[in-house]
Design a protein around this ligand. Structure first.
Ligand code: FAD
Length: 285
């Protein structure tokens, strides 16, 4: 059994949690605990104080809601809630796919999207998808709320642009679609096996195509750099033309993966290029 002498605060409201966060910025935040508990068990962290976010009852940080412009996901929504939600499946299908690929059912039932984002692992499965979907992350403190685009959230390896008194509270995903535009999206996680494996490479992509021409493109990757990254040269090679699978070759100018315990740079580059090219080819048929 895992024991810790840490004092645990259980705020019932978001306002209470923000007050606690401001008063105790050094306290360990815990949502589902699927990352935090592993770190405690391995003695990587030894918190003396824990703020248990899952005790917050406010609907705003738990619910998944949708209006005509955006999908709003509370940071405490679990991966299971997300991939079972009809609005997510309809409007952000690749996020549902990513959440359904995280760990096994126990982890999906407990782990939250806010925890996945804040854990800031380059191998976090929801991260490249949120990048490809142009998500914005809402941060709140006792000083107020602000939205940060996913593309500006990470400042380095496991570092975010958050202030010490801020919590991640909601995730916003734009969903307004132009009726003349066809949208295609895709998520691929490559790992040694389907479940319970850290990814070697992840790719999320979203194309908007009007009259056969790519109007806009988002290609985002995980596990190939210190943070999740966009592939701007590949995106530029796609935009303004009919879908061209050879644009995937531009990934070699966008990403510079490394060799590590999980994979080699060569494998990551090859598999990223081939899978993207295969997906693009499937759209041409
Ligand atoms: C067996 C196993 C398999 C796993 N498989 C995968 C996988 O396939 N893919 C994957 O991406 N991850 C995987 N994970 C990692 C983990 O489950 C996810 O990252 C999960 O989403 C973390 O959410 P949580 O709520 O449990 O976070 P916690 O462990 O509670 O917190 C994680 C970090 O986020 C911070 N935090 C949490 N919520 C907030 C908030 N609202 N605001 C600010 N900071 C916050 C915490 O302080 C901590 O630093 C796995 C973990 C385990 C143990």
């Amino acid at each position: 059994m895992l024991c810790s002498p840490a004092a645990v605060e259980c705020p019932k409201t978001l306002a209470e949690a923000l007050q606690l966060r401001a008063a105790k910025p050094q306290a360990c935040l815990m949502a589902g605990g699927t990352d935090v508990m592993v770190l405690i068990e391995r003695d990587v962290i030894k918190p003396t104080e824990v703020i248990n976010l899952l005790s917050i009852e406010d609907r705003g940080v738990r619910a998944i809601e949708c209006n005509e412009n955006e999908l709003c996901i509370g940071a405490l929504a679990t991966h299971s809630q997300i991939w079972h939600n009809a609005q997510v499946v309809k409007n952000a299908g690749i996020l549902a796919e990513a959440c359904a690929s995280i760990g096994a059912r126990q982890i999906q039932n407990r782990g939250t999207i806010g925890g996945n984002i804040a854990n800031a692992s380059p191998a976090g499965d929801s991260l490249p998808v949120l990048l490809a979907l142009d998500a914005e992350i809402e941060l709140q403190s006792v000083r107020g709320a602000r939205r940060v685009p996913m593309s500006a959230l990470y400042t380095g390896y496991r570092r975010m642009c958050t202030e010490p008194d801020e919590l991640i509270t909601r995730i916003f995903i734009p969903i307004k679609k132009d009726e003349n535009v066809n949208e295609f999206s895709w998520f691929r996680k490559i790992g040694p096996r389907r479940a319970l494996a850290i990814s070697k490479v992840m790719i999320a992509a979203r194309l908007q195509v009007e009259n056969g021409i790519v109007k806009d493109a988002r290609i985002a990757l995980g596990s190939v750099a210190a943070t999740p990254v966009r592939a701007p040269k590949t995106e530029a090679a796609l935009i303004g033309h009919a879908i061209d699978p050879s644009a995937a070759l531009k990934l070699s100018e966008d990403i510079h993966p490394i060799d590590d315990l999980r994979s080699t740079a060569d494998y990551r580059m090859t598999v990223a290029t081939k899978t993207l090219s295969t997906w693009l080819s499937s759209l041409c048929g």
